[in-house]
Design a protein around this ligand. Sequence first.
Ligand code: GLN
Length: 544
Amino acid sequence: MARYIFITGGVVSSLGKGLMAASLAALLQARGYKVRIRKFDPYLNVDPGTMSPYQHGEVYVTDDGAETDLDLGHYERFTGVSARQSDNVTSGRIYRDIIARERRGDYLGATVQVIPHVTDAIKEFALADVDDLDFILCEIGGTVGDIESLPFMEAIRQLRNELEPMQTLSVHVTLVPYIAAAGELKTKPTQHSVRELASLGIKPDILLCRSEHPLPEGERLKIAQFCNVRAEAVIQALDAPSIYSVPLQYHREGLDSEVLRGFGITDAREPDLSRWDDVTDRYFNPEGEVTIGVVGKYVGLQDAYKSLNEALVHGGMANRVKVNIRWIDAEVFEGNEADIVAELEPLHGILVPGGFGERGSEGKIASVRFARERNVPFFGICLGMQMACIEGARASGHASASSTEFGETNEPVVGIITEWMTQEGLQKREAGGDLGGTMRLGAYDAVLSPDSRVSSVYGGDTNISERHRHRYEVNVAYRDDLENQGLVFSGISPDGLLPEIVERPDHPWFIGVQFHPELKSKPFEPHPLFAGFVAAAVDQSRLV
Ligand code: GLN
């Protein structure tokens, strides 16, 4: 029987519910259980794919091609369980489906309403596809009391009644703020939040109290009493020195034992936490450090590059070094050679990440040129690979090389992809079509040249599968010119049409990939491209 853990948040947003869900799932997994985590997002976008990274942070892409909330990245990084389309739903998607059904006439004669139609759709989503699981953790986005999240709360309330008595558990994550002037931790916001949740018919079983200072026993008992939960179920969640210490920290605070007790499970085995011991050991005890510059557009908000940030940390763990990331705004240092040199010279590696639009592109191209000319390890991801090809084409004499994404050009080294093959058949797109959900999304295979650097990075594999999210593609018509200039196409789609990887064999480490390897990197299984890039940065750090 699959058991459900519903995770809600109160008091303020940004309490780290996603991380909490991921950590709890990792702890249950360490006890041998099969877990999956789902995210319910109350906003009206059908998916986050069309939102600015400044609004929503990174868009996380699953193997099956869904554009999802970045919390799914935490889930996957902490459990290794590949997230799926069916693990993230928004109010927008639910309403879209219901309205389409209404127009088709599926509800003929009935009034379509939030209860039962929307709540039923939410319950259906929660219950789908869970046969082989022990635990499903469902995180509700937003904060209790939000108007938008009410249908989700109501669906949970109903599910808690409809499922077996010991089949569901409610975990509420709150904040216990420290008031410096009084020198005290305050429990009142938590009491209010629990009251709000109770008014929606949901009684929390466990309270996870985020705080900057240890929760004194007296305050813990007070929360238990006022919030009507057992004292042991009030769990302190102190700020952690690293996200990767959170599973071990929650285990020490008794979170997983309390969850098992809540379900009445008495025969659980002790967790095997060796994976997390190793991860934290590598993180906290580096034997060196490197500095990597990420030249991007959304550098003011690190959530915009969440997976990238983590994958670089994992690359550091693989090499037992600390990776210092310098976020460089491509637009700011554009144009002025002296600025470019001053910014890039101290770096041991340069990474140009994925992105959209023309703004900052010349700065990105300039940093590719710097990396090429100065033999600095370079890693280009998606838009970064496209910039590497434009830079190579310019170096080979195509002075006006550009991308059609940036406007009309007579040298379209990068152009819109209009056709590609999927398992479901040929996909077609045209310029000016819908922007939502229409990119080349999800896992696609690539074939690597056997003697390339990239195939040795992948341990000799010549067939790989990686996740994509792009509308534009390097134009194979420029292949010969680029290869003559030294930029070799070392990975290509199985039909030979879409360039997937480029590299410079005469450079210490210069690789551009059309996909997003950062999405599949895990702390306990660093992605080989990030491990390889950081290793090259370590070599570089010995030179400068
Ligand atoms: N904007 C580029 C494209 O659509 C790159 C996308 C990306 O970096 N994810 O192809």
